[in-house]
Design a protein. Structure first.
Length: 150
């Protein structure tokens, strides 16, 4: 191996080690509040478990971090992805949303679940247990249609 290649590899290693010191904030609220979608809408346990498993990592204040979420630059991508997901739909502050927003979001949730848009493929690839079966989707959809927004 030539000297230039060794220096290049050493620089890459130093950069990789160096970027580990920049950590994004964790998306972990300490206490679940009554504003939470599942609590506010009184979700049955089976549906709550499905939504927590498949949606809450990106669409709430309760991301369940795995070991690889602490490795930069992957941690930066996950943080960016989570912030983007919460910006489009944050289930942790459901109760404070406007009625029109709630209706729109319920419609979007139903559509995205039914059309298998959510959870997204890149998330399911790393978390295969989050893929919703037809039975899971039916349980979620049945419950969503019982929600009366006011």
């Amino acid at each position: 191996m030539t000297f230039k290649i060794k220096v290049f590899i050493l620089c890459l290693i130093l950069i990789f080690v160096g970027i580990q010191f920049y950590r994004p904030n964790k998306n972990q609220q300490l206490v679940r509040t009554l504003d939470d979608f599942l609590l506010y809408e009184k979700a049955p346990k089976n549906v709550a478990d499905l939504l927590k498993n498949s949606c809450y990592d990106c669409h709430s204040e309760f991301t369940n971090y795995k070991w690889y979420h602490n490795v930069s630059p992957l941690s930066w991508w996950i943080d960016s992805h989570t912030e983007k997901g919460k910006k489009s739909l944050n289930l942790s502050n459901w109760a404070v949303k406007d009625v029109r927003d709630k209706r729109s979001m319920l419609s979007a949730i139903a559509y995205d679940v039914n059309e298998e848009i959510m959870p997204i493929n890149s998330y399911v690839l790393l978390h295969p247990e989050t893929k919703l079966s037809e039975k899971d989707k039916k349980e979620i959809m049945t419950w969503l249609y019982t929600i009366e927004v006011n």
